[in-house]
Design a protein around this ligand. Structure first.
Ligand SMILES: O=P(O)(O)OC[C@H]1O[C@H](O[C@H]2O[C@H](CO)[C@@H](O)[C@H](O)[C@H]2O)[C@H](O)[C@@H](O)[C@@H]1O
Length: 396
């Protein structure tokens, strides 16, 4: 039986075949239908197990990486070395990256958590350091730069506080051009710069947030974060023994919301609308909207640390244009071409870009190529007609 389409929960088909670890907890009973049939229970159990398995596998511990062996972040470790051969350091390979970008306009896309700020226990304290902010600000002087985050757009802007960037919040479901561009080019930018493909889901997201807050309130360490068009259920601070309960409760709540699905990030379950839109689509949308979809002359670089960033890496691979860079200290299956270990290496990479490529970008400006930051290129969602048309057709 194909379970992948029978629930809002996206599960790993291999994990679904694993046996259930325990019985239904009493606090779930209010969400369970009466007289549930045995087969339905089995499906639910399988889904919970699939979700639990995804939670474990998406949250590798630094010193225990089941897929690649122990302590896989050491250069001497054969598993780590073999991964580095497939996904080399973007710092070590900087010259090759520069060579590939030669003569092209670079566009920079940055994830936030785990990329620009280190992962911390409290999501509200994931601040960006002043030196990182300075690096991003400098990058944005020369290259069109966008933040693509799972956070709400407002929240990520509060952390980054740079007006000259483009922001795509809620995993790309909330895209806005920079206010700086707006102020400087009021005449050119009369049309709306906001693109929110999941707008109709706002009431549903508020409703599911309330339900999730209610059910996890009894689990120590579990928190719920409303990211406007999606919701995060954090289990980083939950004891391992309670992870299954978190999976069960989220799964149970989503039974009432067939138009929502759950994916997993770094110790977080992300509840979001079942629409064909993700960070990859957001990157394509931004490239097209900004007049940067010329694959011959534009070189996008996307840096991110999470599973949700894989959608963007895939897009760049498919377009055979630019590179995805995965931020990770452990080997991971990825569509990225290069890797960086942590946010401090991300900052080093951004500073390298500025030091080595600013001259080239100035040269590009002389040749009349678009320089975002000095000119408003994102005029409206209508510009990215192809992507939006496709989205509407798939979503309708
Ligand atoms: O796309 P991103 O910008 O990477 O956002 C993804 C999620 O990031 C945040 O959670 C993660 O970082 C927290 C702070 O370091 C950490 O405590 C948590 O365990 C991580 O999953 C954010 O809080 C989520 O809402 C985002 O969806």
């Amino acid at each position: 039986m194909d379970l992948s389409n029978s629930s809002p929960v996206i599960t790993d088909p291999v994990a679904i075949s694993q046996p259930l670890l325990g019985g239904l907890p009493s606090n779930l009973m209010q969400f369970s239908a009466m007289n549930v049939s045995v087969s339905r229970l089995k499906i639910e159990e399988a889904l919970v197990n699939g979700l639990l398995d995804a939670m474990k596998s998406s949250s590798p511990r630094r010193r225990l990486n089941a897929a690649f062996g122990q302590d896989s972040s050491s250069d001497e470790d054969p598993a780590y070395s073999s991964w580095m051969a497939k996904c080399p350091s973007a710092l070590v390979s900087f010259k090759q990256i520069v060579a590939s970008a030669q003569g092209k306009k670079i566009a920079v896309f940055l994830d936030y958590d785990g990329t620009l700020s280190p992962i911390v226990d409290d999501p509200d304290k994931a601040v960006m350091s002043p030196v990182m902010r300075a690096a991003v600000r400098n990058v944005a002087k020369y290259f069109p730069t966008a933040i693509v985050s799972g956070r709400s757009r407002n929240k990520v802007f509060e952390f980054v506080t740079l007006k000259e960037l483009y922001y795509a919040g809620s995993h790309g479901m909330d895209i806005m051009a920079s206010s700086a561009n707006y102020e400087h080019n009021a005449e050119k930018c009369k049309q709306s710069s906001l693109f929110q493909p999941a707008r109709e889901f706002l009431p549903m997201i508020d409703e599911v947030t309330k339900s999730l807050l209610h059910v996890v309130s009894g689990i120590e360490g579990a928190t719920v974060e409303n990211n406007k068009f999606c919701v995060s259920v954090h289990y980083r601070n939950v004891a391992d023994k309670d992870w299954e309960l978190v999976a069960r409760l989220v799964n149970e709540v989503l039974e009432a919301f067939p138009r929502l699905k759950v994916t997993n990030g770094r110790m977080v379950l992300e509840v979001r609308p079942v629409i064909d839109w993700d960070k990859g689509k957001a990157v394509e949308f931004l490239l097209q909207s900004l007049g940067l979809d010329d694959t011959e002359n534009v070189f996008p670089v996307y840096i991110g640390d999470d599973r949700t960033d894989e959608d963007a890496f895939k897009v760049l691979r498919r377009r055979n244009c630019g590179y995805g860079i995965l931020v990770s200290q452990v080997p991971k299956e990825t569509q990225a071409f290069y890797s960086l270990r942590d946010p401090s290496e991300v900052m080093e990479f951004l500073n390298f870009l500025i030091e080595n490529l600013e001259d080239q970008q100035e040269h590009d400006e002389d040749r009349g190529l678009p320089m975002i930051g000095s000119q408003c290129n994102m005029v409206s969602a209508g510009i990215a007609t192809e992507i939006v048309r496709n989205f509407k057709e798939e979503g309708s």
